[in-house]
Design a protein. Structure first.
Length: 274
């Protein structure tokens, strides 16, 4: 009696070839078994195993692709958030630096100039804040020295309001940015408080409540102060800082826009699904 020769185990590449021949070339399991010298039951079993493996690979591929798409979407959404934060001058970046996507985006774009420009933006923002605080203190001192009435006077009381310093600070900042100053945007508004006094506003700023006979004096003071705050060295320095800040902001916007519109971020991070 002849001994039955046991066929070697079916290799994965042969199993894949059988599935391909069956699905693409239309060969039946009996035809494949006859051509390759295998039992038809073995061929059917191996084709079924390979089909299941293929379905699992495709399922994993779909899951990974979806996860990767979501990951890129998260990175692009964070880039949009960062761009809006900078455009809105919301302040320092500490509020969003602790978010996971901050470190993720940084890992993906380690060599990008984006991060150096973000450091520059924060530094310039702090310099602008300090300069703004210093000039405001100067304005308060100047108004206090030149005020013909009590300053600062509580709301409703006789005297000049701290709103005059807000007015000067805003006028200073607008003109330093190269925009039209408040002298081009607003004017005085007088509202009788009682028979003896009048409330003076300049646009949305409260100047104070003054005796009627001193209205002209106070108005002239405000006009003179608005003119002088734009002629000092501090105004030129603020203009320089704001110009630098705007230049860095535009560079950051361009860099973030590339990330947002590409929708695919190079590199890897610890949150990457693959």
């Amino acid at each position: 009696m002849l001994r039955r020769i046991k066929k070697p185990a079916v290799r994965p590449e042969l199993r894949r070839d059988w599935l391909r021949r069956h699905e693409e070339a239309g060969e039946s399991p009996p035809e494949i078994a006859k051509a390759d010298g295998y039992d038809v039951r073995t061929v059917r079993k191996q084709i079924d195993i390979e089909r299941q493996e293929k379905e699992r690979r495709e399922a994993r591929s779909i899951v990974l692709r979806q996860a990767l798409e979501k990951h890129y979407a998260d990175l692009c959404t964070f880039a949009q958030k960062l761009d809006s934060h900078i455009a809105g001058e919301a302040g320092l970046l500490s509020a969003i630096k602790d978010e996971p996507m901050w470190s993720a985006l940084r890992e993906h774009t380690t060599r990008s100039t984006l991060w150096k420009n973000l450091d520059k933006w924060e530094t310039l923002r702090e310099e602008v804040r300090q300069a703004d605080s210093e000039v405001r203190m100067q304005f308060e001192s100047v108004v206090r020295n030149r005020a013909p009435l009590k300053f600062p006077a509580p709301p409703g009381e006789m005297g000049l309001s701290s709103g005059i310093v807000d007015l000067l600070s805003s006028h200073f900042k607008f003109t330093a940015q190269g925009e039209a100053g408040l002298d081009k945007r607003a004017d005085f508004k007088l509202v009788a408080a009682d028979q003896e006094t009048t409330s003076i506003n300049y646009g949305s700023f409260t100047i104070g409540r003054v005796p009627k006979e001193r209205i002209a004096e106070v108005k002239n003071l405000v006009v003179d102060l608005m003119r002088k705050v734009t002629t000092g060295e501090e105004h030129g320095e603020m203009s320089r800082l704001l110009a630098q800040l705007e230049r860095v902001r535009r560079e950051l916007h361009d860099e973030l826009l590339v990330i947002i519109l590409r929708r695919v971020v190079p590199g890897r991070c610890k949150y990457c699904p693959i």
